[in-house]
Design a protein around this ligand. Structure first.
Ligand SMILES: C[S@@+](CC[C@H](N)C(=O)[O-])C[C@H]1O[C@@H](n2cnc3c(N)ncnc32)[C@H](O)[C@@H]1O
Length: 239
């Protein structure tokens, strides 16, 4: 019997939840959620269920991954129906694998319910496609930082500087200026369109259509706390 449901919370707008997500939230005994999956989505949790915050946001104290995995196993083995709610799609930069491994080791059955990633939601909010025949034949999702918070050292610059791809950078704001320098050094023009998508699916959503060079300049001058991703490539500036 499935004990744990990994549920994609989408970007924050509860109308972007899947029907399965709503069902699992309504029937859970315990819901473990991250900061980014908090908010109106939690209104679908049944009254009386335990809500456990296991948030992780850069720069703030948060439970270790090992602790979160252990908590998940403990609740599941107690016989509770557990939902592990993760922002966007659980399989995209969501540390899903560590938690699945812990459940497998403990012999706990689980399911994964996909969600709408912030990347798809940002493109939809900006009314742009992620692909276009001939011009943007590839989409790549990359992370702007590694475990230390810096720009990942192993970067596939040929792929990142591909002018025929749509690139979505998650967790990008602090490292994007350095990435932009690297992109320029690898031949991607600074006037390549870029979209800064902040708080997508939330009332304070903000979309800034700009270019790689101008955005790097802006972020060098300072970054806000808003959750954001950056999308760049030939389609990024269109509306
Ligand atoms: C740990 S990753 C999780 C990504 C998530 N699994 C997904 O599919 O969207 C967190 C990063 O996703 C992006 N993100 C998540 N929700 C967002 C939102 N509502 N608006 C903009 N970016 C968001 C940000 O880059 C944030 O730093």
């Amino acid at each position: 019997m499935t004990r744990v449901s990994f549920v994609g919370a989408g970007p924050g707008d509860p109308e972007l939840l899947t029907l399965k997500a709503v069902d699992r939230l309504a029937h859970a005994d315990v819901v473990l959620f991250d900061d980014l999956s908090a908010g109106p989505v939690l209104r679908h949790v049944r009254a009386g269920a335990d809500l456990v915050a296991v948030g992780k946001r850069a720069g703030r104290p948060s439970p270790s991954q090992a602790h979160v995995s252990a908590l998940l196993v403990e609740h599941a083995l107690s016989g509770a129906r557990v939902v592990r709610l993760k922002a966007g799609d659980p399989g995209i930069f969501g540390r899903l694998e560590e938690e699945i491994t812990a459940l497998r080791t403990a012999g706990v059955a689980f399911e994964i319910i996909p969600g709408i990633s912030a990347a798809q939601a940002a493109a939809a909010a900006a009314a742009i496609p992620l692909t276009r025949r001939a011009e943007a034949r590839r989409v790549q999702f990359v992370t702007g930082h590694d475990a230390t918070g810096g720009l990942p050292e192993q970067r596939n610059m040929a792929a990142l500087a591909d002018s025929d791809a749509t690139t979505v950078v998650f967790m990008p704001k602090r490292t994007f200026p350095a990435l932009a320098d690297d992109l320029a050094a690898h031949g991607l023009p600074g006037d390549t369109p870029a979209l800064l998508a902040e708080a997508v699916g939330h009332p304070e959503q903000r979309l800034t259509r700009t270019s790689i060079a101008a955005l790097a300049e802006q972020l060098r001058a300072g970054v806000s706390d808003a959750t954001a991703l950056i999308l760049y490539g030939p389609l990024a500036a269109e509306a």
